[in-house]
Design a protein around this ligand. Sequence first.
Ligand code: SF4
Length: 69
Amino acid sequence: MVYIHPEECIDCEACVPECPVEAIFHEDNLPSEWTDYTALNAELASQCPVITEQKESMESEGNCAAANG
Ligand code: SF4
C-alpha cells in the first residue's frame, strides 16, 4: 500500500491517471464514499518513508515494508 503525505503532496495530480485501479483523487474530486479514508491516509503516510527514487512496481503490495524495497 502506498499513501500520499498531505504535506509533501503539491497537488500536481500527475499520479491520478497513473493509478491502475483509479484509487487516487484530488481532494476536491474525492467521492463522498471515500472521505473517511482521508484522515487514515494522512495518519499512515506519516508512518511511512517518503519515496524519493523510481522503483519497480510492487506486484505484491502490502504495507510500508514493501515501499522500503
Ligand atoms: S504526483 Fe500525486 S502525490 Fe505526487 S505531488 Fe502530484 S498529486 Fe501529489
